[in-house]
Design a binder for this molecule. Structure first.
Ligand SMILES: [Zn+2]
Length: 215
């Protein structure tokens, strides 16, 4: 097999092995028939095309290079060295076991070391990893590790609270349950005061109740 070296924006799953749009639409027709319906009836005729278009939004993260998002930083901070926290970032991801939504919120903090990044970039890093097939544990770690490696701050903290539709709408059917994961690096891991400050700041938002409401 001829395997080219993938560029950062074209991971292998999007190039060599990517099926055509027509093949993807045919697969959706198969699933519609598997569900017990007729893909040729009026209401479903355009559904395969719509589903495939939706997939390119749901999974747009594969085309984003998260490192690149953090490449531009600012060093004129007048010595600001306290925590930077982006709280309650809307999270939409997809369970890699069932391909159904994981909906919740992410909180991302870092302790700058000489430089800061535009705050919208933190939310974009969350999206870059969320808009893929995921498990919440890996998603949490990927966001924290990327910020840590690219920005090299004194510490990074990521907490995600989310409801998994594979648990709320199928299987054991437990609506209202949210899963909480966290990854603490550097000062957030080593210094209990910093960690406590972060946890106090995110709990001010009262997010757990809202996660349950929205999912
Ligand atoms: Zn699942």
């Amino acid at each position: 097999m001829n395997v080219k070296t993938p560029t950062p924006l074209s991971p292998p799953q999007l190039t060599e092995r990517r099926p055509t749009r027509e093949a993807a639409e045919a697969a959706v027709r198969t699933l519609l028939r598997w569900a017990g319906d007729d893909p040729d009836r009026e209401g479903l005729v355009d559904t395969p095309a719509r589903v495939v278009r939706s997939y390119s939004q749901f999974f747009c993260g594969y085309e984003i290079d998260p490192d690149e998002l953090l490449a531009r930083t600012f060093e004129e901070t007048d010595g600001y060295d306290e925590m930077v926290l982006l709280r309650d970032i809307r999270l939409e991801s997809y369970c890699e076991h069932h391909m159904v939504p994981i909906i919740g919120r992410a909180h991302v903090a870092y302790l700058p070391h000489k430089r800061v990044v535009g705050i919208s970039k933190l939310a974009r890093v969350v999206d870059a990893y969320a808009k893929r097939l995921q498990i919440q544990e890996k998603l949490t770690a990927q966001i924290a590790n990327t910020i840590n490696e690219v920005l090299q701050p004194k510490g990074v903290a990521v907490v995600i609270e989310a409801a998994h539709q594979c648990m709320t709408t199928r299987g054991i059917h437990k609506p209202g349950v949210s899963m909480v994961t966290s990854r603490m690096l550097g000062a957030f891991r080593d210094d209990p005061t910093t960690r406590r400050e972060f946890l106090a700041m995110i709990s001010m938002g009262g997010t757990a109740a809202r996660v349950a409401d929205e999912a």
